[in-house]
Ligand binder design. Sequence first.
Ligand code: 5HU
Length: 146
Amino acid sequence: MKIYFCGSIRGGRDDVDIYRRLVTTLQRYGTVLTEHVSSRELSSTGEDVSAGGDRAIHDRDMDWLQQSEVIVAEVTQPSLGVGYELGRAVDMKKKIFLYLPPLPVCVGLSAMIRGADDGELFMVRDYSEDELENVLEKFFSDLKRT
Ligand SMILES: O=c1[nH]c(=O)n([C@H]2C[C@H](O)[C@@H](COP(=O)(O)O)O2)cc1CO
């Protein structure tokens, strides 16, 4: 299964350790196409754009998004790119969305994200860090049953 993980890059890298933990856990369930998002080596400058520029990053990521069956986003750190990815993924009518803001920061989450939860394709889940692995385990076992 191909998984697309979204996390802030130019929006700020404060939560990279939790991205790392999420991606490592997600790799039990499939191939994470956007593993670079969780790299501690990647700064808020973003990837090296010398070859194709931002256009190449955008086009590659939209291609990966299209290929992915599951999109998981960590959105505590607000990021324009992540908001854009989620909007495009909704438009692609992807079967599954999972979105995991750690408490208590999630109180400030945009209504355009929290309000998109439809209990089926787009799911907002609040979690504390110690339950992260269990939340994902339940999510993927429910997915197998559908
Ligand atoms: O260098 C990059 N590489 C890349 O894959 N992205 C994608 C993946 C992330 O989920 C998202 C982050 O957006 P932003 O940089 O606006 O925080 O955009 C974003 C950048 C830089 O904007």
